[in-house]
Design a protein around this ligand. Sequence first.
Ligand code: BJW
Length: 255
Amino acid sequence: MSESSIPFATLSALPEAARLLRGSRRPVIFSGAGVSKESGIPTFRDAQTGLWEQYDPAELATPEAFERNPELVIAFYEHRRANVLACKPNPGHIAIADLERLKPDLRVITQNIDGFHRLAGNTGVIELHGDIFKDRCNRGCEGLIERRFLQADPQPAQCPTCGRRSLRPAVVWFGESLDPAVMAEADAAVEACDLMIVVGTSGLVYPSARFPLRVLAEKKALIEINPESTPLSQAATVHLQSGSAQVLPLLAGLI
Ligand code: BJW
């Protein structure tokens, strides 16, 4: 998309967003699936394609689905791992990494599990919902197992500690608690921040959705980047209503 295809309202709001960001010492980027959409990763609430179009991801991303049908859940995550491996960070991720070079205290808090912020060059990324390239034991054995290759066997792989076929993706499913240490780190980053850029999230999933609400409650500036309206849009200081891969490079270019 060229600059001329960005809505006029977004272009008009960019200088104000840039002014706020220039004045910020400790910005937080709070991201969701929309930031990776232009890399080719469907958002969580997008319809899936091909074989997976008959399934609702929200029903597969649960401990109950894994109990009921582990092969199906493993296959779903293998399909998504393969897609992430075939894609790469887009200009929106790169612009966020550029912003960290300009503002070294910038923190990224993401709900995404694709690792693209790290791959783009951000450091100390807080990954609230885990990492699709790690497994853990579903029976509670300690430790994470890095796995970048795809698994041919549809059954859960063997846990190196307990020896059972109980490995699952180290991501946070509905009804599961987020890692308290990760939550504490995110809390501290939000407390310290003086501005938040909320990019590519529907803001519907808790407890993560509380972070931007806290920024608003504390009367700090909040810039939203999302082509659609969300529950945050009305209250945001500035809403840049466009795709993040177009608008973030423009914003970074003004800092
Ligand atoms: C673009 C774009 C472009 C498009 N550029 N933007 C309090 C109130 C109500 C409910 C609850 C509550 N507390 C807990 C709950 C229950 C539940 C919950 O929140 N449910 C809601 C659905 C209501 N939460 C939980 O269960 C959490 N656990 C918990 O709270 O434990 C304690 C507890 C236990 C038991 C009972 C009660 C409490 C865990 C939540 C874990 C979420 N995990 C997932 C799956 C991760 C693994 C995986 O990916 O498979 O995380 S769900 C899914 O949603 C995924 C995402 O990270 C997350 C957020 O989605 P996101 O990123 O916002 O994506 P989308 O698709 O929703 O939106 C994309 C956006 O991009 C859209 O707005 C587009 O417009 C935009 N977009 N193109 C920029 N080019």
